[in-house]
Write a protein that binds this ligand. Sequence first.
Ligand SMILES: N[C@@H](CCC(=O)N[C@@H](CS)C(=O)NCC(=O)O)C(=O)O
Length: 245
Amino acid sequence: MLPLILYDIPSNVDEIFWSPNTARPGFVLGYKDLPFETEWIEFPDIAGRMKEIEAAPGSWPNGGLLYTLPVLRDPNTGAIITDSWDIVVYLENTYPEKPIFPKDTKGLIRAYETGYFSQFWPPIEFLVLRSAEILRECSEEHYITTREKYFDKKLAEFSPEGPVRDQHWSSLEKAFSTTMSWYDKTDGRWFMGSTFSYADIIVACQLNWLKKVLHDDEWRRIAAWRGGEWEEVLADVRRKCNIVQ
Ligand SMILES: N[C@@H](CCC(=O)N[C@@H](CS)C(=O)NCC(=O)O)C(=O)O
């Protein structure tokens, strides 16, 4: 089997996915033991390279058209897929061993994903601010300019320390406690009890993002919630998906 190619965005932290969008297919590839290679593309180069390989554009949360990563190319079938959800569905259909949507839960997990993401929208400007800090110089400018345009404000106004930042922290805490209350309703380790699924990968990739972009003391603050439970969830899912870094 030829290795699949995952197109991802580099950072100055380490050579592994930081973005939750690209991490999700990355974790699924790892979980399914599928060989893959990463092609790293800086933000300003995404559109050019994606046009070159004839990948379809993705979209902004407001619906605007934009070339986005992740994109997956599978040289075994010739498929080129844009968007993390479409990629993981493709992987599940093409490589069904070790299912990530067990017991026919694709629709339910899709609904869960929407609900889960909506909780992380209120503090998004804080998370974007921190994400900008880990990008390499050539991506940083593109990232900041496009996000300032999207949110219609300067980066310095995204999450200034004081009441705005405090509000972001309380919405983050609320998002995590809501998620934990969902986990608490099942009996096993995973979102679906004793059955591992893409729902756990969604949660872990969000944690992975925060751990990579937040300052150390900020991540410690999250890790301290519920006696370190989040750190454990992340570690468990990473292990399950053979993510070593
Ligand atoms: N819903 C999409 C979102 C993808 C997305 O927004 N990707 C960002 C990187 S994390 C991107 O490529 N943005 C391109 C740009 O800002 O120019 C998915 O899950 O794949």
